[in-house]
Design a protein around this ligand. Sequence first.
Ligand SMILES: C[S@@+](CC[C@H](N)C(=O)[O-])C[C@H]1O[C@@H](n2cnc3c(N)ncnc32)[C@H](O)[C@@H]1O
Length: 496
Amino acid sequence: MVEFAGELEEALGESGPVGATVRQLATRLDRPPDHIEAALSRLARTGAVRRMGRGLYVLRDFERLDERPDFVDPVAYVERFERESGVRLGRIQGPITFRSNEALPVHRWWPYVQGYSADFVRGIVETADLPRGARVLDPFAGSGTTLVEARRAGAEALGTELLAPAVLAARVKTRFDLPVGRLERAAARAVDSARSRTPGALPFLRETRRQFSSTVLDDLTRLRDALPAGGRPVPDALRLAFGRILIPSSRLHRSPCLGYGRSRSGQEIPVAERFLAAVREMATDLAELQRHRALWGPPANVREEDARTAVWPAGSVDLAITSPPYVNGMDYVMNYKVDLAWLGYARSYRDLASLRSAQVACDNLPRAETVSYRHVVATPDPWLDEILPRIRANVERKGSYRRDDVHAVVHRYFSDLAQVLRRVRDALRPGSRFVLVVGDSLLAGTYVPGDLLTARLAESAGYRIVSVDVARSRRSGQRRSFVLRESVVTLERSRA
Ligand SMILES: C[S@@+](CC[C@H](N)C(=O)[O-])C[C@H]1O[C@@H](n2cnc3c(N)ncnc32)[C@H](O)[C@@H]1O
């Protein structure tokens, strides 16, 4: 019998349906984390507590969220949405995630776990049956999946994106006329020059020595210092190839969050070999792409800019397609800090923090950024007037949540999204479509129907909801047993 089992159960009980992690309980009870962990494992074996995923524990009484009187489940929201909007949820088949792009020419140049499927985008572009030179916009362009497919189909591709390595990827991937011979020669020169250099300075990230072996670090710094300065097509492509080999050369993995994986010692592929292989892949894809030059649209316009404030010529865009960050989801800056640091886009932790502030709200948003969203007033949708207080109450009930302003992060997220919906509306020609891939979330024991809220916000912003189709289901990170979905929301800019 664990001497503090009663205390532990009481602390877990206070955290209610939101649950608590070992670290939170250790702080709360002022005991070492390994004691807490051992005690929890014991209680889990007797069935008194349950482990819910990502190290989260809840008391058995709180295991089922839907047994709580204040829990509104996904089905209730769908019924309400269908009643209020008159739109019934449908289903679509086919791949939606980036995984399906990993072997595809051009898309494979920079695997972006947060990206979506090129086939999905191609299907939408083809269905839209656009005239040549029509404009296709992606406000959250990421690694440029939309932009590549749009240009390949003859459209003028426009996009905004804030994460510098993704901007680099989108720009390089849409420069279809990159001279293949020059690219290969420049890569060979960089590798040659790297050989005769001494190892250079490490990036500012404190854990760099833990992330890479010392041999790899020497080779990476030499190659980085041998690369020609970016800002021009061939050097940019070399920098993208360098960025691409960072994680595979490290002890890290991204699946989808950045974390330490298996040690790769003993099977390390030399840095130069990886780099040249990445460039060869680009050259192969470009040679094939350049055989279809006559079909391409005009050069793409990828702006490193905030989608919330970006202005495009009014009524000039024929189709918009995007996948926004998800509510309280991925911290892109944290997840791509290695790329940001090695490619010189961030030179300090302060730089990382300011990049994060400009992103559409995520879980790690600095607290100063949520101050004006703490009050549940003037929310962009009446559903949020109900959801936000529930999140706040759950966090308060628990007492020791990672941050006490989760409801404010969610509030800001939807305000950000509403702003982008309005920007894109203004850019679209009346009657043209905006297609978004959006997911729902479970936050602090509260269900947040992100897809339905997006459709509702759009309706208030002057769109007609054409359809909401569920594309796949996924598991909540907070509770593996809770099934979430990812939907395609199709909107049309009203003609009026
Ligand atoms: C789901 S990803 C898009 C991925 C993209 N569809 C692809 O296939 O690569 C969302 C993107 O939005 C970007 N983002 C977040 N806030 C932004 C903002 N305020 N303005 C522009 N881009 C932003 C993130 O950096 C991220 O790359």
